[in-house]
Design a protein around this ligand. Sequence first.
Ligand SMILES: Nc1ncnc2c1ncn2[C@@H]1O[C@H](COP(=O)(O)OP(=O)(O)OP(=O)(O)O)[C@@H](O)[C@H]1O
Ligand SMILES: [Mg+2]
Length: 341
Amino acid sequence: MERTDAATKTDAAPLLSVEGFSLDIAPGREYLPVLDDISLTVGAGEVVGLVGESGSGKSTLAMSLIGLVPKRISRQRGGRILFNGVDVTALPERDLRAIRGSQVGMIFQEPMTALDPAYRVGDQVAEVIRRHNGVSRAEARAQVIEDFRLVEISDPERRADAYPHELSGGLRQRVCIAMAIACRPSLLIADEPTTALDVTTQAQILDLLRRLRAEMDMSIVLISHDLAVIAEFCDRVMVMYAGQIVEQAPIDPFFVRPRHPYSSALLQSLPENQPPLQQLSVLRGSPPALGHVASGCRFAARCDFVQHGRCDVEPIPLRGLDGGAVRCVRAEELALPGVGE
Ligand SMILES: Nc1ncnc2c1ncn2[C@@H]1O[C@H](COP(=O)(O)OP(=O)(O)OP(=O)(O)O)[C@@H](O)[C@H]1O
Ligand SMILES: [Mg+2]
């Protein structure tokens, strides 16, 4: 019944809505908390960036959105993930598979996760199309060639017959994008789609994603370490720290006036904020190990603005502020520097 209720609300509801989602992962015997109280929304046609240090949980969150974290090593501690009003955490694998590919496409952090080295790339993309659309081999092949053109792969007939190792990194990433959009998803999740590429190819791939988004009216969740990429590409940004979202804001105010000390520290460490010939200022210390987070604010130990007795006592909730959200008790009283200060 819950599903029907949720479905009737979809007109007003965002495309994707995550509410208080927490996930534990057991790399060995013990479960460790990897995601904690994640809440976010992605509206139709919106491009949302996800940033945060390595290990903060970005890829795990991306995988959770389409039920790709293996159940045998994970345990959901709470919350739900509504896609078009349907809780994907409650769906059986078969229904998840139908959503993946057809409504949600994913570009993985490791391109070779998506591509099988033993098969021609054209056949691999055709397979995705056939699985979801039930078209003939010839029709699927024709769409592959068309999609390769769409993602600007030159000489698509020849490239479709190549094996992954015969293609450059940039071409492989274009094949992965073709695969992710083959069924014209309404949401594309792109996990560090340009990190492994040189600067020129990076810019080309971002241009391509921008064009596809406009043409296909997709929403995009873009994961990146690179705040410059986020600034250029996204409508809104979400900052992750130690498994939590610590700030969420529209892009322009975020860069001028971040509300969380961690966001401000990230912005301060951008190269354009540094005086010439000086070393990048880096955040002191390192993020907490999984399972060893502080009882209060998880960033408190590294924060220049920490107030003992206030910040380190109990968990800090994510609360709405100025059209965004922040997980800091001092947000209103701090005037934190952004870019260019
Ligand atoms: N399958 C898994 N088995 C064990 N640990 C895992 C697994 N998946 C994620 N983790 C752990 O969860 C934490 C978050 O990892 P995740 O890959 O989501 O981070 P990330 O923010 O994507 O990092 P990066 O920027 O390096 O890609 C890490 O400590 C990682 O070791
Ligand atoms: Mg990752």
